[in-house]
Design a protein around this ligand. Structure first.
Ligand code: CTP
Ligand code: MG
Length: 259
């Protein structure tokens, strides 16, 4: 069984909205709900563990219980750093989970296909992350603002979530990081420092991390585009069904006329 951890206990400082950005509405629905709903109906996912602020736990537990079609949902208190929030969620993961995925609440545009690819690769090799090729040239710059070097762009990837691991790999990586006082900016970095290979799965450029106010505009535009795409597919399916009915009807009429 796959358990999905969703860290949502941040403060959203860069969003400057005065509240945890996970509760901001995106095209009419709170970001956290949109993100959680992306994991509904994914084969193998048996549990979602959400980490929110200690004072938000009861309300979010109640709110998420109202969403139909979700696997079992647990809500736990997060910590002061993202890593602490994930560590707390790891403690609540079911004994039955052999694969553990971590996905930021702030990435509500993740697709089913990327989630499934990360699960498959994590089950195969023990550690997998979604990432996209860097589009921009990236430079290493010193603290006083002088360029130090320009790493070859073809080797650079922008890392996203989901990041997926076998249970043993992520549990050991978190235990060791805690023991060593290591704090990383993603989950995979904790696994890398144990010498365990981490495989990259190609993600999508749409899977942005909603971080600053302009990201809301982009996320809402992409959500609307998805909704239009779904509506178009729905209309096409309906047209095909209608055409099929018309053909059957015509065949019936022709048969009657031949009698
Ligand atoms: N997160 C968390 N616990 C923390 C910090 C962050 O669970 N102590 C979560 C956030 O809620 C978010 C994800 O980790 O879903 C990625 O973090 P980020 O985008 O940095 O969100 P915030 O920390 O909320 O934003 P900021 O850094 O601007 O304050
Ligand atoms: Mg943060």
């Amino acid at each position: 069984m796959v358990s999905v951890i969703i860290p949502a206990a941040g403060k959203g400082t860069r969003m400057k909205a005065g509240i945890n950005k996970a509760f901001l509405e995106l095209a009419g629905k709170p970001m956290l709900f949109r993100t959680v709903m992306r994991f509904a109906g994914i084969e193998g996912v048996g549990e979602i563990v959400v980490a929110v602020g200690a004072d938000e736990v009861a309300f979010i537990r109640w709110s998420l219980s109202k969403i139909p079609g979700l696997p079992a949902v647990k809500v736990v208190a997060g910590g002061s750093e993202r890593q602490m929030s994930v560590a707390n969620a790891l403690k609540a993961v079911s004994e039955d989970a052999d694969t553990i995925l971590v996905h930021d609440a702030a990435r509500p545009l993740v697709t089913k296909s990327v989630i499934e690819s990360v699960i498959a690769e994590a089950q195969k090799s023990g550690a997998a992350i979604a990432a996209v090729k860097a589009k921009n040239t990236i430079k290493r710059v010193s603290a006083d603002g002088v360029v130090e070097d320009t790493p070859d762009r073809s080797t650079l990837w922008e890392v996203q979530t989901p990041q997926g691991f076998s249970r043993g790999v992520i549990m050991e990586a978190y235990l060791r990081a805690m023991q060593d006082g290591f704090v990383g900016t993603d989950d995979a970095s904790l696994v890398e420092r144990m010498g365990h290979p981490v495989r990259v799965v190609e993600g999508t450029y749409r899977n942005i991390k909603v971080t600053s106010p302009e990201d809301i505009l982009m996320a809402e535009a992409m959500l609307r585009d998805e909704a239009i795409g779904k509506a178009k597919d729905g209309i096409e399916t309906l047209m095909v069904k209608l055409a099929e009915k018309a053909i059957t009807l015509r065949q019936k009429v022709e048969k009657e006329m031949r009698k």
